[in-house]
Design a protein around this ligand. Structure first.
Ligand SMILES: Cc1cc2nc3c(=O)[nH]c(=O)nc-3n(C[C@H](O)[C@H](O)[C@H](O)COP(=O)(O)O)c2cc1C
Length: 362
Protein backbone atom coordinates (compact mmCIF):
# COMPACT_ATOMS: atom_id res chain seq x y z
CA UNK A 1 0.00 0.00 0.00
CA UNK A 2 1.14 3.51 -0.71
CA UNK A 3 0.27 6.24 1.77
CA UNK A 4 0.78 9.71 0.42
CA UNK A 5 1.37 11.64 -2.74
CA UNK A 6 4.81 13.01 -3.35
CA UNK A 7 4.56 14.71 -6.72
CA UNK A 8 3.00 18.19 -6.40
CA UNK A 9 0.99 18.21 -9.59
CA UNK A 10 -0.45 15.36 -11.64
CA UNK A 11 1.48 15.28 -14.87
CA UNK A 12 -0.08 12.93 -17.41
CA UNK A 13 1.25 12.23 -20.89
CA UNK A 14 -1.03 9.27 -21.45
CA UNK A 15 -2.70 6.65 -19.28
CA UNK A 16 -0.35 3.82 -20.27
CA UNK A 17 2.63 5.82 -19.06
CA UNK A 18 0.71 6.69 -15.91
CA UNK A 19 0.33 2.96 -15.27
CA UNK A 20 4.10 2.49 -15.53
CA UNK A 21 4.65 5.30 -13.04
CA UNK A 22 2.14 3.81 -10.62
CA UNK A 23 3.80 0.42 -11.01
CA UNK A 24 7.04 1.92 -9.68
CA UNK A 25 5.22 3.08 -6.56
CA UNK A 26 3.31 -0.08 -5.70
CA UNK A 27 4.43 -3.43 -4.40
CA UNK A 28 4.04 -6.29 -6.85
CA UNK A 29 0.92 -7.79 -5.24
CA UNK A 30 -0.97 -4.48 -5.18
CA UNK A 31 0.00 -3.61 -8.74
CA UNK A 32 -0.98 -7.08 -9.96
CA UNK A 33 -4.32 -6.96 -8.14
CA UNK A 34 -5.28 -3.89 -10.14
CA UNK A 35 -3.56 -4.56 -13.46
CA UNK A 36 -4.23 -8.26 -13.78
CA UNK A 37 -6.90 -10.26 -15.51
CA UNK A 38 -8.23 -13.80 -15.43
CA UNK A 39 -6.42 -16.90 -16.69
CA UNK A 40 -3.93 -16.25 -19.50
CA UNK A 41 -5.25 -12.67 -19.68
CA UNK A 42 -6.45 -13.10 -23.27
CA UNK A 43 -9.69 -11.23 -22.58
CA UNK A 44 -7.72 -8.48 -20.88
CA UNK A 45 -5.57 -8.01 -23.98
CA UNK A 46 -8.52 -8.42 -26.35
CA UNK A 47 -10.19 -5.44 -24.68
CA UNK A 48 -7.42 -3.18 -25.97
CA UNK A 49 -6.84 -4.93 -29.30
CA UNK A 50 -10.52 -4.70 -30.25
CA UNK A 51 -10.39 -0.90 -30.09
CA UNK A 52 -7.53 -0.91 -32.58
CA UNK A 53 -9.73 -2.65 -35.15
CA UNK A 54 -12.09 0.31 -35.17
CA UNK A 55 -11.02 3.37 -37.15
CA UNK A 56 -12.38 6.89 -36.93
CA UNK A 57 -13.67 8.56 -40.08
CA UNK A 58 -13.40 12.35 -39.72
CA UNK A 59 -15.50 14.99 -41.46
CA UNK A 60 -13.93 18.31 -42.46
CA UNK A 61 -15.24 21.88 -42.76
CA UNK A 62 -17.36 21.15 -39.71
CA UNK A 63 -17.09 24.78 -38.58
CA UNK A 64 -16.57 23.90 -34.95
CA UNK A 65 -15.65 26.58 -32.49
CA UNK A 66 -16.34 24.84 -29.23
CA UNK A 67 -16.88 21.23 -28.32
CA UNK A 68 -19.41 20.36 -25.62
CA UNK A 69 -18.84 17.13 -23.65
CA UNK A 70 -21.55 17.63 -21.05
CA UNK A 71 -23.73 14.58 -20.68
CA UNK A 72 -27.06 13.62 -19.18
CA UNK A 73 -26.88 10.23 -17.55
CA UNK A 74 -30.19 8.98 -16.19
CA UNK A 75 -31.22 12.50 -15.31
CA UNK A 76 -27.88 13.63 -13.92
CA UNK A 77 -25.72 16.27 -15.52
CA UNK A 78 -22.08 15.27 -15.93
CA UNK A 79 -19.20 17.32 -17.31
CA UNK A 80 -18.25 14.38 -19.52
CA UNK A 81 -19.70 11.03 -20.67
CA UNK A 82 -17.05 9.29 -18.55
CA UNK A 83 -17.54 7.97 -15.01
CA UNK A 84 -15.59 5.98 -12.42
CA UNK A 85 -16.62 2.34 -12.68
CA UNK A 86 -17.00 0.35 -9.42
CA UNK A 87 -13.75 -1.21 -8.22
CA UNK A 88 -13.09 -3.14 -5.05
CA UNK A 89 -10.78 -1.92 -2.32
CA UNK A 90 -9.23 1.35 -3.50
CA UNK A 91 -7.32 1.25 -0.21
CA UNK A 92 -4.91 -1.19 -1.75
CA UNK A 93 -3.27 1.69 -3.64
CA UNK A 94 -3.84 4.76 -1.47
CA UNK A 95 -4.92 5.45 2.10
CA UNK A 96 -7.67 7.86 1.02
CA UNK A 97 -9.22 4.89 -0.82
CA UNK A 98 -12.75 5.36 -2.21
CA UNK A 99 -13.04 8.71 -0.42
CA UNK A 100 -10.12 10.02 -2.51
CA UNK A 101 -11.57 8.59 -5.69
CA UNK A 102 -15.02 10.00 -5.00
CA UNK A 103 -13.52 13.44 -4.32
CA UNK A 104 -11.57 13.19 -7.57
CA UNK A 105 -14.69 12.34 -9.56
CA UNK A 106 -16.54 15.22 -7.91
CA UNK A 107 -13.72 17.60 -8.77
CA UNK A 108 -13.93 16.52 -12.39
CA UNK A 109 -17.73 16.96 -12.34
CA UNK A 110 -18.63 13.36 -12.91
CA UNK A 111 -20.15 10.24 -11.41
CA UNK A 112 -18.55 7.89 -8.90
CA UNK A 113 -19.82 4.33 -8.53
CA UNK A 114 -19.05 3.05 -5.04
CA UNK A 115 -18.32 -0.68 -4.68
CA UNK A 116 -19.80 -3.15 -2.20
CA UNK A 117 -16.34 -4.48 -1.51
CA UNK A 118 -14.87 -1.28 -0.21
CA UNK A 119 -12.14 0.07 2.04
CA UNK A 120 -14.41 2.93 3.16
CA UNK A 121 -18.06 2.73 4.12
CA UNK A 122 -20.99 3.66 1.93
CA UNK A 123 -21.59 6.62 4.22
CA UNK A 124 -17.98 7.91 4.17
CA UNK A 125 -17.99 7.84 0.37
CA UNK A 126 -21.33 9.64 0.30
CA UNK A 127 -19.92 12.47 2.41
CA UNK A 128 -16.94 12.81 0.03
CA UNK A 129 -19.28 12.85 -2.96
CA UNK A 130 -21.77 15.26 -1.36
CA UNK A 131 -23.71 17.22 -3.97
CA UNK A 132 -22.12 15.10 -6.67
CA UNK A 133 -23.64 12.16 -8.55
CA UNK A 134 -23.04 8.76 -6.99
CA UNK A 135 -24.34 5.24 -7.56
CA UNK A 136 -23.84 2.12 -5.46
CA UNK A 137 -22.68 -1.21 -6.92
CA UNK A 138 -24.20 -4.30 -5.33
CA UNK A 139 -22.69 -7.76 -5.17
CA UNK A 140 -25.71 -9.91 -4.42
CA UNK A 141 -25.34 -11.77 -1.14
CA UNK A 142 -26.97 -15.10 -0.41
CA UNK A 143 -28.28 -13.62 2.84
CA UNK A 144 -31.27 -11.47 1.79
CA UNK A 145 -30.85 -9.38 4.93
CA UNK A 146 -27.38 -8.27 3.83
CA UNK A 147 -28.74 -7.07 0.47
CA UNK A 148 -31.67 -5.29 2.07
CA UNK A 149 -29.41 -3.49 4.52
CA UNK A 150 -26.90 -2.43 1.87
CA UNK A 151 -29.70 -1.14 -0.36
CA UNK A 152 -31.24 0.73 2.54
CA UNK A 153 -27.91 2.31 3.51
CA UNK A 154 -27.22 3.35 -0.08
CA UNK A 155 -30.64 4.94 -0.42
CA UNK A 156 -30.31 6.73 2.90
CA UNK A 157 -26.85 8.04 1.99
CA UNK A 158 -28.18 9.68 -1.17
CA UNK A 159 -26.98 7.33 -3.90
CA UNK A 160 -29.27 7.70 -6.88
CA UNK A 161 -28.98 4.29 -8.57
CA UNK A 162 -27.98 0.71 -7.84
CA UNK A 163 -25.65 -1.16 -10.17
CA UNK A 164 -26.13 -4.90 -9.81
CA UNK A 165 -23.02 -6.71 -11.04
CA UNK A 166 -23.96 -10.03 -12.64
CA UNK A 167 -20.74 -11.31 -14.19
CA UNK A 168 -19.26 -12.52 -10.93
CA UNK A 169 -21.33 -15.50 -9.75
CA UNK A 170 -17.92 -16.92 -8.87
CA UNK A 171 -14.60 -15.15 -8.90
CA UNK A 172 -12.43 -15.48 -12.03
CA UNK A 173 -9.16 -17.33 -11.59
CA UNK A 174 -6.49 -14.67 -11.29
CA UNK A 175 -3.05 -16.26 -11.45
CA UNK A 176 -1.26 -13.13 -10.31
CA UNK A 177 -3.17 -13.00 -7.03
CA UNK A 178 -2.52 -16.68 -6.39
CA UNK A 179 1.19 -16.25 -7.17
CA UNK A 180 1.41 -13.24 -4.85
CA UNK A 181 -0.67 -14.83 -2.07
CA UNK A 182 -2.62 -11.59 -2.15
CA UNK A 183 -4.26 -10.41 1.02
CA UNK A 184 -6.33 -7.27 0.87
CA UNK A 185 -5.64 -4.47 3.37
CA UNK A 186 -7.94 -4.15 6.32
CA UNK A 187 -9.06 -7.71 6.24
CA UNK A 188 -11.05 -9.25 7.73
CA UNK A 189 -12.85 -5.97 8.31
CA UNK A 190 -14.82 -4.96 5.22
CA UNK A 191 -16.70 -1.87 6.42
CA UNK A 192 -19.76 -2.34 4.27
CA UNK A 193 -20.23 -5.76 5.76
CA UNK A 194 -22.89 -5.75 8.44
CA UNK A 195 -21.07 -8.61 10.10
CA UNK A 196 -18.19 -11.00 9.69
CA UNK A 197 -20.59 -13.34 7.88
CA UNK A 198 -19.92 -11.36 4.81
CA UNK A 199 -16.68 -10.71 2.96
CA UNK A 200 -13.39 -11.90 4.36
CA UNK A 201 -10.67 -11.72 1.75
CA UNK A 202 -7.93 -14.30 1.85
CA UNK A 203 -5.05 -15.64 -0.14
CA UNK A 204 -6.54 -16.01 -3.62
CA UNK A 205 -9.70 -14.05 -2.89
CA UNK A 206 -11.80 -17.18 -3.05
CA UNK A 207 -13.43 -16.48 0.28
CA UNK A 208 -14.51 -13.09 -1.02
CA UNK A 209 -17.16 -15.29 -2.52
CA UNK A 210 -18.16 -17.01 0.68
CA UNK A 211 -21.16 -14.76 1.22
CA UNK A 212 -22.14 -14.24 -2.37
CA UNK A 213 -24.96 -15.91 -4.20
CA UNK A 214 -23.44 -18.18 -6.83
CA UNK A 215 -26.75 -19.20 -8.42
CA UNK A 216 -27.77 -15.67 -9.34
CA UNK A 217 -30.86 -15.45 -11.57
CA UNK A 218 -33.33 -12.93 -12.96
CA UNK A 219 -35.43 -13.51 -9.82
CA UNK A 220 -32.60 -11.91 -7.84
CA UNK A 221 -32.75 -8.91 -10.12
CA UNK A 222 -36.49 -8.60 -9.49
CA UNK A 223 -35.92 -9.01 -5.76
CA UNK A 224 -33.34 -6.24 -5.77
CA UNK A 225 -35.78 -4.01 -7.58
CA UNK A 226 -38.47 -4.78 -5.01
CA UNK A 227 -36.16 -3.86 -2.15
CA UNK A 228 -35.28 -0.35 -3.29
CA UNK A 229 -37.00 2.65 -4.78
CA UNK A 230 -33.84 3.45 -6.78
CA UNK A 231 -33.38 2.41 -10.40
CA UNK A 232 -31.47 -0.90 -10.60
CA UNK A 233 -28.99 -1.18 -13.48
CA UNK A 234 -27.27 -4.38 -14.58
CA UNK A 235 -23.51 -4.50 -15.10
CA UNK A 236 -21.75 -7.24 -17.03
CA UNK A 237 -23.92 -8.07 -20.06
CA UNK A 238 -22.28 -9.22 -23.30
CA UNK A 239 -24.89 -11.25 -25.17
CA UNK A 240 -27.78 -9.93 -27.25
CA UNK A 241 -30.13 -12.43 -25.64
CA UNK A 242 -29.36 -11.22 -22.14
CA UNK A 243 -29.73 -7.64 -23.34
CA UNK A 244 -33.10 -8.52 -24.89
CA UNK A 245 -34.29 -10.04 -21.61
CA UNK A 246 -33.14 -6.91 -19.76
CA UNK A 247 -35.09 -4.73 -22.20
CA UNK A 248 -38.16 -6.96 -21.85
CA UNK A 249 -37.99 -6.53 -18.09
CA UNK A 250 -37.61 -2.76 -18.47
CA UNK A 251 -34.20 -2.58 -16.85
CA UNK A 252 -33.46 1.17 -17.05
CA UNK A 253 -29.85 0.69 -18.17
CA UNK A 254 -27.34 -2.08 -18.78
CA UNK A 255 -23.57 -1.88 -18.76
CA UNK A 256 -21.83 -3.82 -21.50
CA UNK A 257 -18.66 -5.03 -19.80
CA UNK A 258 -16.46 -8.07 -19.32
CA UNK A 259 -15.26 -6.80 -15.95
CA UNK A 260 -12.05 -5.51 -17.52
CA UNK A 261 -10.99 -9.07 -18.44
CA UNK A 262 -10.93 -10.15 -14.79
CA UNK A 263 -13.62 -12.81 -14.98
CA UNK A 264 -14.03 -15.18 -17.93
CA UNK A 265 -10.87 -15.65 -19.97
CA UNK A 266 -10.67 -16.33 -23.72
CA UNK A 267 -13.52 -13.92 -24.29
CA UNK A 268 -13.61 -11.18 -26.90
CA UNK A 269 -12.94 -7.48 -26.55
CA UNK A 270 -16.00 -6.05 -24.77
CA UNK A 271 -16.34 -3.25 -27.32
CA UNK A 272 -17.25 -5.91 -29.92
CA UNK A 273 -20.42 -6.66 -27.98
CA UNK A 274 -21.64 -3.07 -27.92
CA UNK A 275 -23.11 -2.53 -31.38
CA UNK A 276 -25.07 -5.82 -31.53
CA UNK A 277 -26.59 -5.04 -28.13
CA UNK A 278 -27.48 -1.45 -29.02
CA UNK A 279 -29.13 -2.72 -32.22
CA UNK A 280 -31.02 -5.36 -30.26
CA UNK A 281 -32.49 -3.18 -27.53
CA UNK A 282 -33.31 -0.26 -29.86
CA UNK A 283 -33.46 2.33 -27.11
CA UNK A 284 -35.74 0.29 -24.81
CA UNK A 285 -32.96 0.26 -22.22
CA UNK A 286 -30.02 2.65 -21.99
CA UNK A 287 -26.62 1.15 -22.76
CA UNK A 288 -23.38 2.07 -21.01
CA UNK A 289 -19.96 0.54 -21.59
CA UNK A 290 -16.72 -0.25 -19.77
CA UNK A 291 -13.60 -2.37 -20.29
CA UNK A 292 -10.40 -1.14 -21.90
CA UNK A 293 -11.03 2.61 -22.18
CA UNK A 294 -7.62 4.31 -22.14
CA UNK A 295 -7.90 7.11 -24.73
CA UNK A 296 -10.28 9.82 -25.83
CA UNK A 297 -10.47 7.92 -29.12
CA UNK A 298 -11.81 4.88 -27.21
CA UNK A 299 -14.50 7.02 -25.60
CA UNK A 300 -15.43 8.43 -29.01
CA UNK A 301 -15.67 4.93 -30.53
CA UNK A 302 -17.85 3.61 -27.72
CA UNK A 303 -20.20 6.59 -28.08
CA UNK A 304 -20.26 6.11 -31.86
CA UNK A 305 -21.28 2.49 -31.30
CA UNK A 306 -24.20 3.63 -29.19
CA UNK A 307 -23.02 3.87 -25.59
CA UNK A 308 -24.51 6.70 -23.58
CA UNK A 309 -21.40 6.92 -21.35
CA UNK A 310 -18.32 4.90 -20.51
CA UNK A 311 -16.80 3.70 -17.25
CA UNK A 312 -13.09 3.88 -16.55
CA UNK A 313 -11.41 1.48 -14.17
CA UNK A 314 -7.70 0.87 -13.70
CA UNK A 315 -6.43 4.32 -14.83
CA UNK A 316 -8.41 5.87 -11.98
CA UNK A 317 -6.51 3.72 -9.51
CA UNK A 318 -3.18 4.67 -11.12
CA UNK A 319 -4.07 8.34 -10.64
CA UNK A 320 -5.09 7.63 -7.04
CA UNK A 321 -1.83 5.76 -6.39
CA UNK A 322 0.31 8.67 -7.51
CA UNK A 323 -1.62 11.76 -6.49
CA UNK A 324 -4.67 10.77 -4.41
CA UNK A 325 -7.91 12.60 -5.23
CA UNK A 326 -6.11 15.10 -7.50
CA UNK A 327 -4.78 12.20 -9.54
CA UNK A 328 -8.25 10.78 -10.05
CA UNK A 329 -9.52 14.17 -11.18
CA UNK A 330 -6.50 14.51 -13.48
CA UNK A 331 -7.13 11.12 -15.12
CA UNK A 332 -10.74 12.05 -15.82
CA UNK A 333 -9.81 15.52 -17.07
CA UNK A 334 -7.12 13.99 -19.25
CA UNK A 335 -9.63 11.67 -20.92
CA UNK A 336 -12.01 14.59 -21.35
CA UNK A 337 -9.28 16.72 -22.95
CA UNK A 338 -8.46 13.89 -25.35
CA UNK A 339 -12.16 13.43 -26.14
CA UNK A 340 -12.54 17.16 -26.88
CA UNK A 341 -9.58 16.92 -29.23
CA UNK A 342 -10.97 13.87 -31.05
CA UNK A 343 -14.42 15.41 -31.36
CA UNK A 344 -12.95 18.55 -32.86
CA UNK A 345 -10.77 16.63 -35.31
CA UNK A 346 -13.58 14.27 -36.27
CA UNK A 347 -15.99 17.15 -36.81
CA UNK A 348 -18.49 16.70 -33.98
CA UNK A 349 -19.64 19.44 -31.64
CA UNK A 350 -21.92 17.63 -29.22
CA UNK A 351 -22.08 14.07 -27.92
CA UNK A 352 -25.33 13.56 -29.83
CA UNK A 353 -23.48 14.22 -33.10
CA UNK A 354 -21.23 11.18 -32.57
CA UNK A 355 -22.70 8.32 -34.56
CA UNK A 356 -21.65 5.19 -36.43
CA UNK A 357 -21.04 7.42 -39.48
CA UNK A 358 -17.78 8.42 -37.86
CA UNK A 359 -16.29 4.95 -37.52
CA UNK A 360 -15.17 2.05 -39.69
CA UNK A 361 -14.45 -1.51 -38.61
CA UNK A 362 -11.28 -2.76 -40.27
C1 LIG B 1 -9.05 -3.53 -9.14
C2 LIG B 1 -10.39 -3.73 -9.73
C3 LIG B 1 -11.45 -4.10 -8.90
C4 LIG B 1 -12.72 -4.28 -9.45
N1 LIG B 1 -13.76 -4.54 -8.60
C5 LIG B 1 -15.05 -4.56 -9.09
C6 LIG B 1 -16.14 -4.66 -8.19
O1 LIG B 1 -15.99 -4.76 -6.98
N2 LIG B 1 -17.37 -4.65 -8.76
C7 LIG B 1 -17.58 -4.55 -10.10
O2 LIG B 1 -18.73 -4.54 -10.55
N3 LIG B 1 -16.54 -4.44 -10.96
C8 LIG B 1 -15.29 -4.43 -10.48
N4 LIG B 1 -14.24 -4.27 -11.34
C9 LIG B 1 -14.49 -4.14 -12.78
C10 LIG B 1 -14.70 -2.68 -13.18
O3 LIG B 1 -15.91 -2.17 -12.72
C11 LIG B 1 -14.72 -2.53 -14.71
O4 LIG B 1 -15.62 -3.44 -15.27
C12 LIG B 1 -13.35 -2.71 -15.34
O5 LIG B 1 -12.32 -2.30 -14.49
C13 LIG B 1 -13.27 -1.91 -16.62
O6 LIG B 1 -12.10 -2.14 -17.28
P1 LIG B 1 -10.82 -1.15 -17.27
O7 LIG B 1 -10.16 -1.37 -15.95
O8 LIG B 1 -10.07 -1.70 -18.42
O9 LIG B 1 -11.31 0.26 -17.47
C14 LIG B 1 -12.93 -4.13 -10.83
C15 LIG B 1 -11.85 -3.78 -11.65
C16 LIG B 1 -10.60 -3.57 -11.11
C17 LIG B 1 -9.49 -3.17 -12.02
Amino acid sequence: MIQARTAPEPDIVNLDELEQQAKQRLDQASYDFVAGGAGSELTLRANREAFQKIAIMPRVFAGIEQVDTSANLLGQRLSMPIYVTPMANHGIVHSSAEVGSALGAKKAGTLFVAPTSSTKTIEEVAIAAKDSPRWFQLYFNKDPDVNRRLLHRAEKAGYSAIVLTVDLPVLGIRDRNVRNSLRLPGEPNQPNAPSERYIVATRNLQSLMSGMKTDLSWDDYELTRKNTSLPVLIKGILSRDDAEEAARRKVPAIIVSNHGGRQLDTGFGAIEALRPIVDQVKGRTKVLFDSGIRRGTDVFKALALGALAVGVGRPVLWGLTLYGADGVAAVLEHLKTELVNVMHLAGTTRLNDISSEYIRNS
